[in-house]
Design a protein around this ligand. Structure first.
Ligand code: GSH
Length: 268
């Protein structure tokens, strides 16, 4: 008798639990579906807005503003500097900072999307006839390219490692204009992603002191080449200065307490 009662009670309990699990599952699926539909709707509204921008007005998609610089990332700052230098009309979009390639910045121009600061810059220079390097000799252009690559594809990673790996994103609180959730909650995730990218790139495999030393050597090379000139390639600014400004602004304003910042005050 007792056994039977326990069995039927267990069955009821099992059913109830099954019901609870099933209804929670349905609710979660509905929530997921609704948020997907909302995201698709939002996306299509944004797309309409970008596509209806006036002709030849660039939509610059980038991260929200920094506290001390317009961007805490060198690449959007480079591109925005170029747009201003060239006097090209543009509007910022801070809602969708990342391109399909999952990197910032990217642009929309007359309904076309283009990613990568350098590809955007070269396209704009061509379209709007704003090539600030056209007076350079082929040898000077080669030098400018070498410095750009050193800054963006070598020095940049030493900064990434310092900001995201050695100091675990702690400086974000100081340099971001609006540091709050969900951004603040994502920091550990970004740290992991940046670490794995730096390992893939190669610099992330070295000891911290060697990486810092490599970064310092890059900075010394930049400093010696700049010398007493007003700009990297002479007395007139070129596209290289946009890239260098984007990068060097990070260590002047956005890397408080870094060995690179310290070096700025003690350059030989
Ligand atoms: N070569 C690209 C580099 C862009 C890039 O690395 N952007 C970084 C910003 S610091 C980014 O979006 N990182 C986020 C990530 O990789 O998740 C360009 O010039 O635009």
């Amino acid at each position: 008798m007792l056994e039977q009662a326990i069995e039927s009670l267990t069955a009821i309990w099992k059913n109830e639990r099954g019901l609870i699990v099933a209804s929670t599952g349905v609710a979660a699926s509905l929530y997921f579906l609704a948020s997907k539909i909302y995201a698709v709707h939002e996306q299509s509204q944004l797309r309409k807005k970008w596509n209806s921008a006036p002709k030849d007005v660039v939509i610059l998609h980038q991260l929200p503003r920094g506290k001390f610089t317009p961007s805490i990332s060198p690449f959007p700052l480079k591109l925005e500097t170029y747009l201003r230098m060239a006097g090209i009309r543009y509007e910022n979009d801070f809602t969708e900072p990342k391109s399909l390639e999952n990197k910032t910045p990217w642009i929309t121009l007359n309904g076309e999307d283009v990613a990568d600061s350098q590809i955007c810059l070269e396209l704009l220079a061509d379209k709007f006839q704003k090539d600030f390097s056209c007076h350079l000799s082929p040898e000077e252009k080669a030098t400018a390219r070498a410095f750009q690559i050193m800054a963006e594809d070598h020095f940049y990673w030493t900064g990434v490692l310092w900001r995201w790996v050695y100091t675990k994103g702690k400086t974000l609180r100081q340099i971001h204009a609006t540091f709050a959730p969900p951004l603040s909650l994502k920091i550990p995730l970004v740290c992991r992603r940046m670490k794995s990218q730096a390992i893939g790139q190669g610099l992330g495999r070295h000891a911290e002191k060697d990486v810092i030393e490599m970064g310092i050597k890059d900075l010394r090379a930049m400093s010696h080449y700049l010398g007493n000139k007003s700009y990297f390639m002479g007395e007139e600014p070129t596209e290289l200065d946009c890239a260098m400004f984007g990068m060097l602004a990070q260590l002047v304003w956005n890397m408080p307490g870094s060995p690179f910042e310290r070096l700025l005050n003690n350059f030989d």
